[in-house]
Design a protein. Structure first.
Length: 73
């Protein structure tokens, strides 16, 4: 990967630089609307991070929804 365009191309193909070895997430990949939180997978947020956040929020009665689109952000 040599530039930001390469990173965007990989993301469009569903390939990310993060692994699923440990939870990773960035607050910028989450948006709250009442009792719902919308989240997206990105170069800095992996599925383990999304799952960790879902479990944490569920304890507070907040539902996490996943989106594959960056239209919300």
């Amino acid at each position: 990967m040599k530039n930001v365009e390469d990173r965007h191309r990989l993301a469009e193909e569903g390939k990310f630089v993060t692994t699923e070895y440990e939870p990773c997430f960035d607050a910028a990949d989450f948006i709250r609307a009442g009792k719902d939180v919308f989240a997206q997978r990105s170069q800095v947020t992996n599925y383990m991070g999304l799952e960790w956040m879902r479990r944490h929020l569920a304890q507070k009665g907040i539902k996490e929804e996943y989106t594959t689109s960056s239209l919300l952000f």
